[in-house]
Design a protein around this ligand. Structure first.
Ligand SMILES: [Mg+2]
Length: 365
């Protein structure tokens, strides 16, 4: 089998919130680059990447340029293809940034092709540890809401059957520690003691703030506190992790494999969070998960649950899947949630088919 061609598309997907109908801003769109990688056997793989923001045109160009390099290659040889991509940029345009983001769309599509060629779902191909995985609602309990809105949204999520959900601190404006603490307490009050509650800081605190506020919410029983300070402040993160009983999660902002070695070596987090686009695709994501396993650490995923459910289900140390519904509208069908668990698809590869009407409606280039 050989890669025979490709088509990349730039999409603008509405940023709505189908989980609790709490969109951040009406009408805003998220730019995404979608890839169809074609083979001479008729099998087509799909890949997605984003985080380009105002540089999405550059990301799209990178996906086009890198995909062009691998036409004629065997799609099953993912490592040979990764080497060709690196060599194509003189081994000097990565692993951080647009190279890695573009590479991830290609690597995801290659694994989709592999699954389809072998007629196996990706989660089985990668190890198949479980056929159902825990998942948590993400994006609805964001920091911009009032306490009342956050409580209302949290109750909606519980009614919908979610048993895990994530809120945020580092509230907008100039909040006092008391304001921050109140937010997680009111959400906990709304959902009761048995729902797992995570809280994301998105790198907005200093380490000493994280230790101060984090220590005052230990009794809330957070499942984790996420990105409590700058993602590459490995020692600062380690101070927070050592000071708090609450587990610390982080890693979504890291590019490639090597920064996770720093994060793990410095005991910066209890729970590495691996982003597939910044990691560079399925292949490096699984290597990072394996590295964490060797250090007795669980791993969690970041966004795109329809793809990341495969990876969390495949590995023995996969903890839970972030159910961020940003891109569900791209597909005819996405994995069902039953009793708070994502049910892994049985179809080959990613088990996803683009909804061609939606793709046409979202295509901007
Ligand atoms: Mg996060």
């Amino acid at each position: 089998m050989k890669i025979s061609g490709f088509q990349a598309l730039t999409l603008a997907i509405p940023e709505d919130d189908p989980l609790a109908n709490m969109p951040e801003e009406e009408g805003r769109k998220r730019p995404v680059v979608a890839l169809r990688l074609r083979t001479d056997s008729g099998i087509e793989g799909i890949g997605i990447t984003f985080y380009g923001g105002k540089m999405t045109g550059s990301l799209r160009a990178a996906v086009d340029e890198l995909s062009e390099l691998i036409v004629g290659m065997d799609p099953l040889r993912t490592e040979a293809i990764a080497a060709k991509l690196r060599a194509g940029t003189g081994d000097s345009c990565g692993p951080g940034g647009i190279f890695t983001l573009a590479q991830s769309a290609i690597d995801i599509a290659l694994w989709d092709i592999k699954g389809k060629a072998l007629d196996q779902p990706l989660w089985k191909l990668l190890g198949g540890h479980r056929d159902k995985v825990p998942t948590y609602a993400s994006g609805s309990l964001r920091r911009g809401l009032t306490d009342n809105q956050a409580q209302r949204a949290a109750r909606i999520l519980v009614q919908k059957g979610f048993r895990e959900m994530k809120t945020q601190m580092a509230l907008p404006g100039n909040p006092t520690p008391a304001d921050e603490i109140r937010r997680v307490r009111v959400v906990r009050e709304a959902i009761g003691p048995d729902i797992k509650l995570m809280c994301d800081i998105n790198q907005r605190w200093r380490p000493e703030q994280a230790i101060d506020i984090g220590s005052r919410v230990e009794d809330v029983g957070l499942f984790w506190l996420e990105d409590v300070t700058a993602a590459d402040d490995y020692q600062g993160l380690a101070r927070v992790t050592a000071a708090l009983k609450t587990p610390i999660a982080g890693g979504e902002y890291l590019y490639g494999i090597a920064p996770f070695a720093q994060m793990i070596r410095h005991h910066s987090v209890d729970i590495p969070m691996i982003d597939i686009c910044r990691a560079g695709g399925v292949t490096p994501w699984m290597k990072i998960a394996g590295m964490a396993e060797a250090f007795n650490l669980p791993v969690v995923s970041h966004v795109m649950p329809e793809i990341l459910c495969h990876l969390i289900a495949a590995c023995p140390n996969g903890l839970t899947v972030e159910y961020m519904p940003w891109m569900l509208a791209l597909y005819e069908e996405t994995p069902a949630i039953e009793d708070g668990m994502l049910v892994l698809p049985t179809g080959p590869g990613l088990g996803l088919k683009f909804d061609e009407k939606a793709i046409a409606a979202f295509t901007v280039g």
